[in-house]
Write a protein that binds this ligand. Sequence first.
Ligand code: UDP
Length: 328
Amino acid sequence: MERVLITGAAGFLGSHLCERFIKEGFRVEAMDNLITGDIKNLDSLMGNPNFTFHNHDVTEYIDIEGDLDHILHFASPASPIDYLKIPIQTLKVGSLGIHNCLGLAKDKGARVTIASTSEIYGDPEVHPQHEEYFGHVNTIGPRGVYDEAKRFQESITMAYHRYHGVETRIVRIFNTYGPRMRLNDGRVLPAFIGQALRGEDLTIFGTGTQTRSFCYVDDLVEGIFRLHFSDETRPVNIGNPDEITIGDFAEEIIALTGTDQKVVYRDLPENDPKQRQPDITRARTVLDWEPKINRAEGLKRTYAYFKTLTAEELHKSEHKDFAVFHKD
Ligand code: UDP
């Protein structure tokens, strides 16, 4: 039985990856320090004999006894509010954390996939974003802690690949959504759905003309799985090219939730990308992958999940962290 270490296992993407690897017959070593992850995300796996949870911070030395075949490094704060609140941890997990993972991979002869991001393109001047675009990032802006950590992560990964011959894969993940997103992580989808469910107005940052392209989590996991087991060592964009303005997205959420909330406008956070859409030619060509679940279906499934949350959880999630972005 092959053995995989998944870091960030209790997070939104990490927990879905753990489920997928268990389903495919792997032994899963799940690691998380629960700084932004939630152990409840792993409920369905606890007690499974092929699943072990390690409460550990990957920026500290990682000690795994025995053979290890695969590593997926998915530990990181990933929403703007999180990485603005914990900027140093964000930088550390993308530098010290990946260094530990790559050292472990070299030692064990394991293959590593690292979670990179569309944020490495910054506020892009090329649209849609293809993998050859070097990006447009403000190193010292508020988002720099995340963007630059992820850029460094790609560089050190390629260095281990070229210098030590470690087998590496790099997935550049675009906006993804689905069950187990944290309602208060500040990202637009949980923010809007939480607001609608609490009967609050939906807060659009800026004028709502900025665009994003949202991928349903099952599609993303399929893309990551295919990439990990492919021979592709260049970065690969995984995302859904179906682009929408944030203003139109707010209207879709209002229609989905059947509420009659209004939209209200707040200042646009600094360096908020104006447009984002993945060019997925490489994923189509090399992995024979493309998203299958459209936004209407994905939103329906995601909303069904959020409706299962208790009133207490819903209340706790109030979007009070605006102060991180806005002085008003
Ligand atoms: N956004 C918004 N209202 C919110 C939260 C986010 O209008 O309550 C906007 C945000 O400014 C950005 C887009 O929605 O332009 C997507 O934000 P998110 O934090 O989900 O992800 P990003 O792609 O910016 O990392």
